[in-house]
Design a protein around this ligand. Structure first.
Ligand code: GTP
Length: 243
């Protein structure tokens, strides 16, 4: 392209004034050919200050939702700051797992060359379904068969990884797979087993209004897939789940 043509071209969206920050972020994601589904993490496409600008943008859109629901947020003292509260809750609390990088994981040398089954749980699951953004609350158990040559990670880190993956709008089937992929990638054990049990408020608070049903699902990787005895041992060691 000649210098003249370059000058004549419209400014890239990054430099345009008044372009919503979400549009700029989407452009960066598309330029990298990246997916940005509800349960994807996009932290590495955010620039300094973007999250604050997103907060302002989501607040303005939430205010529009409240206005369209014919709620008098100016007169009603209870909802005066609701748009800001909801924006903060989505971006910095319940869906934080989309906007912050993966937690740092401390690794310790596997000095004793441990290769026995280890189970951690129940770890609390707090999420929301991608369909209605209703809460999903439950528990997860993680079983690891370490590899005698790989490092050991601190126990609390499993809970931090669960929190990071579940802090996005999710569906349970995809959440357990994302969690398994992450733990496999980070710790490279010989085997990994995950069982999740959760209540979906989209089924109890609304819709079919079924109060007691839960969804249980599992994912097995590595030796857990091949070794039925190991699978049985893991399942038998998980404390009796809530009724
Ligand atoms: N498979 C799966 N389904 C889920 C999960 N979370 C919520 N759902 C369901 O996803 C469906 C949402 O899509 P639709 O069926 O289009 O929603 P709807 O018409 O409002 O459905 P109702 O909930 O039956 O009123 C509902 O059946 C939810 O119960 C999940 O983690 N996994």
């Amino acid at each position: 392209m000649t210098k003249e043509l370059e000058r004549a071209s419209p400014a890239p969206v990054e430099q345009e004034e008044g372009v919503p920050v979400s549009v700029k972020i989407r452009e960066r994601l598309r330029a990298q050919g990246r997916r940005f589904n509800a349960n994807d993490n996009i932290a590495d496409c955010l620039e300094p200050g973007d999250l604050d600008r997103l907060l302002d943008e989501v607040e303005a859109k939430m205010q529009g939702v409240l206005d369209s629901m014919v709620i008098d947020t100016a007169g009603d003292h209870n909802t005066r700051s609701t748009a800001r509260r909801v924006a903060k809750m989505y971006l910095t609390e319940v869906f934080k797992g989309r906007y912050v990088p993966v937690p740092a994981i401390t690794e310790f040398p596997n000095a004793e060359h441990l290769n026995e089954l280890m189970i951690v749980g129940p770890i609390t699951v707090r999420s929301a379904c991608s369909h209605h953004l209703c809460p999903v609350i439950g528990k997860v158990w993680i079983g690891v068969l370490p590899n005698q040559n790989t490092n050991v990670i601190g126990l609390s880190k499993y809970a931090r990884l669960v929190d990071w993956v579940m802090g996005r709008p999710q569906i349970q089937e995809e959440a357990v797979v994302q969690l398994a992929d992450l733990i496999m990638e980070r710790t490279q054990p010989d085997g990994l087993a995950i069982v999740m049990e959760a209540s979906h408020f989209c089924m109890s608070w609304r819709g079919v209004k079924e109060m007691d049903s839960k969804m249980l699902n599992s994912v097995m990787r590595g030796v857990f897939l091949k070794d039925a005895n190991l699978r049985r041992e893991f399942l038998s060691l998980i404390p009796r789940r809530s009724s």
